[in-house]
Ligand binder design. Structure first.
Ligand SMILES: [Zn+2]
Ligand SMILES: [Zn+2]
Ligand SMILES: [Zn+2]
Length: 499
């Protein structure tokens, strides 16, 4: 028996799926999602798989929902809808973050395709891809997978958000989630990561210690508005966020991943694209390595949430975990005899609170540690506000920071030579900033290592490596005791000299 039963107290439906209690116990070590099970093709990367025990199905009849129920408090309707499983990979032991960006991008495309498919069904009102991960949230099948429900009604939490966003829009003529993004970016303390299209943060109010929201930077409502670049950005962001999760306690980190987007075929929310905004909410149930945050009487019975920590603290922990995750993603390679280390540039931005850790990560000798307080001050007061004020700067952070590990000097990530920027100017301020201009962007990388590179012996080596005879003109920039020799506009070489 499967039904939707109306809950008149909450004005929503309970999905009753009595068949799910009879789910057979699978033989141990047998996985229906693994190749060779007889249930899946001989080869796949991302696969849509029919839910064997759906809570909603077209097979359950088509008796529609009643908007305004009869005089009696109780009524029910057929559990019409769709449920499917989306297998992330044929590898039984893979995690989302272990898949390549290309692979995860395919998953995002599947979400989009299924969204476009199900919204053609007029009876479907809300399409909800999600993932439960880990035993703590009841997952018995470790094979990496998510699910998708296509509901014949707009679920209560989504309605609540829609109503709040509509209300906010009516009052302020702005989108609530757009304003949340702005507020979080201005504050900065709870930002975990960002790229061209998405920003991840622990919202000011979130009730879970690591309850990250991944929010679209542009005002988009649903997967329908995703282009290829947006899909790839989301893939990168999900890889980083879930990768960081597993680094927090160095164990697979359970979570619920909930994708919120505009409803479909809804007359009530027909205009929701103006005031609602695509975002993903994570609910990781751990509050310590082995401690589950239970949804107890206050949370469940009164919907009065409690968070045992301030998320400004957990944001530091999560950024630190992200750094450790990224450090494993760095590329070490050799080029013309140089031992090079390539880091995603955003790695540096994340290290605001952990400058010493950064130096350790880079494997630099201990005496090279600059004054962390000074550096943090510069980052806090100068660089972060600038980045927040100029979102296009983040364009740059999709590039790499390449470091000569022997010299501790920065290498151009495009030409792999020391201190050359073909397109613009290079300038040292405070000994820690490099400004690149050109090719449609003005960006600033934080180059703490320059300080080390300016020490005497290192300077000589640096000059030897960068000294060329084809300098057309030289402009000397002096800041905080560093001098930079600059050539003509199109190409230049630079040297550093201590006063
Ligand atoms: Zn499997
Ligand atoms: Zn918006
Ligand atoms: Zn939401």
């Amino acid at each position: 028996m499967s039904q939707l039963r109306y809950n008149p107290l909450l004005r929503t439906y309970t999905m009753v799926a009595a068949n799910r209690q009879n789910r057979p116990h699978m033989p141990k070590d047998w996985c229906p999602f693994c190749i060779g099970s007889g249930r899946v093709p001989d080869q796949y990367d991302v696969l849509v798989y029919d839910n064997d025990y759906p809570v909603l199905s077209p097979d359950y009849g088509t008796a529609g929902l009643t908007e305004h129920p009869a005089a009696t408090p109780y009524h029910q309707a057929d559990a019409y809808g769709h449920c499917e499983v989306i297998l992330y990979s044929s590898d039984h032991n893979a995690s989302l973050h272990q898949l390549s960006v290309e692979h995860i991008t395919k998953l995002v495309h599947v979400w989009k395709t299924r969204f476009l498919h199900y919204r053609q069904d007029e009876r479907v009102k809300y399409i909800y891809p999600f993932e439960n991960r880990g035993e703590e949230v009841g997952v018995t099948m470790p094979h990496p997978h998510g699910q998708l429900y296509a509901y014949p009604f707009v679920p209560l939490k989504i309605r609540t958000e829609l109503d709040s966003c509509r209300h906010y829009f009516a009052e302020h003529h702005r989108c609530l989630l757009c304003d949340m993004n702005t507020t979080e970016l201005e504050d900065g303390r709870r930002i975990i990561a960002q790229n061209n299209h998405f920003v991840a943060y622990l919202p000011h109010f979130t009730d879970y210690p690591f309850g990250v929201f991944v929010v679209a930077k542009q005002h988009i409502g649903s997967f329908a508005q995703f282009d290829d670049a947006t899909a790839q950005s989301l893939a990168k962001m999900l890889k980083e966020v879930t990768g960081a999760f597993d680094k927090i306690y160095d164990r697979p980190f359970p979570y619920m991943m909930c994708i919120h987007q505009t409803p479909v075929n809804s007359t009530e929310y027909a205009d929701s694209a103006t005031y609602y905004h695509f975002h993903i909410e994570f609910y990781p149930p751990l509050r310590d390595r082995d401690k589950v945050k239970w949804y107890a009487s206050s949370e469940m019975g009164a919907w009065a949430a409690a968070n045992v920590v301030a998320v400004e603290q957990t944001a530091v922990v999560l950024r630190d975990a992200l750094m450790r995750y990224r450090a494993e993603q760095t590329i070490v390679f050799e080029h013309k005899g140089m031992q090079l280390l390539a880091l995603p540039l955003s790695y540096l931005q994340q290290s605001v609170d952990e400058p010493n850790l950064l130096v350790q990560q880079l494997g630099l000798p201990a005496q090279n540690i600059y004054n962390p307080e000074h550096w943090v001050t510069i980052l806090r007061n100068e660089i972060i506000p600038e980045v927040a004020a100029n979102p296009q700067i983040w364009q740059y952070y999709t590039r790499w920071l390449v470091i000569d590990t022997a010299l501790g000097a920065i290498v151009c990530d495009m030409c792999l030579q020391h201190g050359i920027d073909k397109t613009g100017s290079l300038e040292f301020g405070y000994g820690v900033n490099i400004v690149y201009e050109g090719q449609g962007y003005t960006t600033r990388a934080v180059a703490c290592l320059v300080q080390w590179a300016t020490q005497d012996a290192n300077i000589k080596r640096l000059i030897a490596e960068t000294n060329r005879t084809n300098i057309a003109s030289i402009r000397v920039l002096e800041k905080n005791g560093f001098r930079c020799y600059k050539a003509n506009e199109n190409s230049f070489w630079w040297e550093l000299v201590l006063d």
